[in-house]
Design a protein around this ligand. Sequence first.
Ligand SMILES: [Zn+2]
Length: 497
Amino acid sequence: MATRILVFGSPAASVPAAVAKATAINSSAGPFEALILVGPVFTPATPDDVVDQIIGGELKFPVPTFFYRTRDLPARLAEHIDLAGRVATNLTCVGVGGVVKTKKGASIAGLGPGFDDRDVQELKFHTGIDVLFTHDWPADIATASAGSGRADVAATPKDSRVRDLALLVQPRYHFAHSPGPFWEREPFKNEGYLSAGAGGERPTRFIAIAPFANADKNKWFYAFTLTVPFRPAPLPDGTTANPYLEAAARKRDAPEEAQAPRRRRRERRDRAPRRVDPSSCFFCLSNPALAQHFITSIGDEAYVATAKGPLPQTSGALGCPAHVLIIPLAHVPTLSLIDDDASRKATVAELARFRDALTRMYEANALVPLTFEISRAGGVHFHVQVVPVSPAAAATVAEHAHALAADAGYALDQRTAGDPADDGDEYFKLACGDTVLHMSLANGVRFDLQFPRRVAAAVLGLPDRADWRACTQTEAEEAADADAFKRAFKSFDFTLE
Ligand SMILES: [Zn+2]
């Protein structure tokens, strides 16, 4: 189905003029299914009578119209916005983390100025948005474009969080507010999950739109037709590489001198060469091919995802496997390799916070978390696995672990929870209830990465499920389990507070 959408730049200077113009364009060139207003609409300077007429319905946009929330909305108008973001007939504020759908099914998401990280995190779950409109321009958007030569494009401030969001949700159209120039970038390719296997491509068009009826006569409106649902198609002429990935690649390939201090540090600390880049890492959010449907919570320093090939098929009253991974956002094989002291401490603290929240959730369901982690400089991306077990099974952890360790020729150091002994930088650790089993992996000790899962499978009495490859699910099953987990975790999840 085709839907036609009209876009205006910021009409803050005169909302009544924008209503009149939209009405005229809709009758001469329409009908349009939606109007998107990119940029501030209502400000402290908006006359009271205009606010009254909007709320009272005397001043009405001709078609469903969307704007993003700004911090300085007139109080009377802000009070009038209901939970669904409606201000009046045909006028909706796309609020925090909000995604709206038109009647024909086009999904539209907006992100105003001064957003916080939580707003972005909410939107990150909505992969495949058709139209994203943001106040801020995404960082690196001019990379690989002829627009990189324009001074006005270069001078416009850009935000790396908007870039990261756009890279994840891969909108078909991305509009941004421009205080000055109009700029329509060449379409660019999206690599990864949205086009993978679909037999075509899903490019993004980025358009920075000038304020409504501006004196400089920069283009302030844009009309386009979308086919929904999206169908992959050949790339249009002039399509460029993905600017975000291209910029990341150029930074990686930057001259030796620019990266020398960091590289030296890595050489000193890494025993094995790092072979996996964030762009192809299974656990990096910046990997465009990352399987989004596993992700259940995103914090400031770490996120939680359900496990691929979960060990238990279901866990007691939870009604889902609830086998999850806590994963730092930093692409490091050991936490000690996070160079910045403050971010390393913040990461350690948030991993613990997730672990505590999960423990409370499991306990509320009469379960105990069994956690395990492998920290090795030669690894790829550190993470902690968490599997819920019954209290009776938890009591057998030490016994099973020591027996399997003896078979494998490992010596596990048994500690109790809260033991202040240092884990070291390279280690294996498995914990359940009061039992903590630790083994140093320093000095190139050989260690079977599947060992911890074998222990957990023995504890659960599920030896046939020790190999995760024997436990694969369909994507629909994976998504359903992740949803069930999210529901169960909701009241414990501090990232939603
Ligand atoms: Zn990674």
